[in-house]
Design a protein around this ligand. Structure first.
Ligand code: SF4
Length: 251
């Protein structure tokens, strides 16, 4: 497949950005989504569900445009994020901004959050029990945002949306998202964590190559979503070609 060029990125969203939420009556407005996301963020800031709450300076609920179609999910806050209460604001965040810039996107145009909302001590990996305790917040955020495309950053995030996949093989690939994650009729696209790219020039080079595939993944996600959500007329046969979530032929 020909890699997307900056010119092809312009077709992603009428505004040139990652936006194409339907304006149908069932969809929440951007204002309604912001109110719902703010309510979840307030709960996160006061949460004591797992031991990570005792070591945090601030919880980091996530931030971004409530009207976006693309949600980036990292692993957990680091030192700078814990201090500022914002996701991806350190060196890894700077690299994420550079990766987005290659698409002509700004971080304010997507939503960025993490699997766990509080910093693990010494930046260790989050424990499975901590990930499980925090999972309802991410699920609710995704239910509100209703993204067409989830971009995972690193293996802990990928494990939630691509169970059983290995980051070395799955980076730069997409797959249907299981509705149990909170996302329906959507695709997931895997990237290395930017912090890994800071430690390895090869992973950094690969990350820039992988991010170039995001616009094509978003277009494919929209195509599948449109098929899955299209109203079925009385004439539509039961054997519609709307894809099954597990349709393996595309991946
Ligand atoms: S990591 Fe998640 S579950 Fe644990 S205290 Fe923070 S917000 Fe609550």
């Amino acid at each position: 497949m020909t890699e997307p060029t900056p010119a092809s990125v312009a077709v992603v969203g009428a505004s040139g950005g990652p936006y194409d939420h339907p304006a149908d009556a069932a969809a929440r407005s951007a204002g309604e989504r912001k109110i719902a996301l703010d309510a979840i963020a307030a709960e996160v800031r006061g949460c004591r569900r797992c031991p990570l709450s005792s070591g945090r300076t601030q919880a980091v609920p996530g931030e971004g445009d409530p009207d976006t179609e693309v949600v980036f999910v990292g692993e957990g806050p680091g030192f700078n994020e814990d201090r500022q209460g914002r996701p991806f604001v350190g060196r890894a965040g700077e690299l994420l901004v550079r990766l987005l810039a290659t698409l002509g996107w700004r971080r304010e145009e997507v939503f960025i959050t993490n699997v766990v909302k509080c910093r693990p001590p010494d930046n260790r990996d989050p424990e499975p029990s901590e990930i499980a305790a925090c999972a309802p917040y991410l699920q609710r955020q995704l239910e509100v945002l209703d993204p067409a495309l989830v971009v995972t950053l690193g293996r802990h995030s990928m494990a939630r949306f691509m169970p059983g996949a290995r980051i070395g093989a799955a980076h730069g690939t997409m797959a249907p998202v299981d509705a149990s994650t909170g996302v329906t009729d959507a695709l997931v696209y895997a990237l290395y964590h930017p912090a890994a790219a800071l430690r390895s020039t090869e992973v950094e080079r690969q990350s820039f190559a992988d991010v170039a595939g995001i616009p094509a993944a978003l277009l494919e996600a929209r195509r599948r979503r449109d098929l899955a959500r299209a109203p079925r007329s009385a004439e539509t046969p039961a054997t519609s070609d709307a894809p099954e979530p597990s349709d393996p032929t595309l991946f």
